[in-house]
Design a binder for this molecule. Structure first.
Ligand code: SF4
Length: 56
């Protein structure tokens, strides 16, 4: 079941700002990446399923 469509980590309920310019992903054991990348897209290692093309 698709609960929400997200296009970047800032829209994702698993993502949150950590500290010192770092953002983190709770779905990947709080893996960190630069905050400046959070609003661009999802991370290349994102574990979420791609939404079916019919609903994007
Ligand atoms: S990598 Fe995927 S699961 Fe993690 S915060 Fe970004 S969109 Fe959410």
């Amino acid at each position: 079941m698709v609960m929400k469509i997200i296009r970047n980590c800032r829209e994702c309920p698993h993502g949150s700002y950590y500290s010192g310019g770092a953002y983190e992903c709770a779905a990947m054991d709080f893996k960190r990446f630069p905050d400046r990348e959070a609003g661009d897209t999802v991370q290349p290692w994102c574990p979420l399923d791609l939404a079916p093309a019919s609903i994007t």
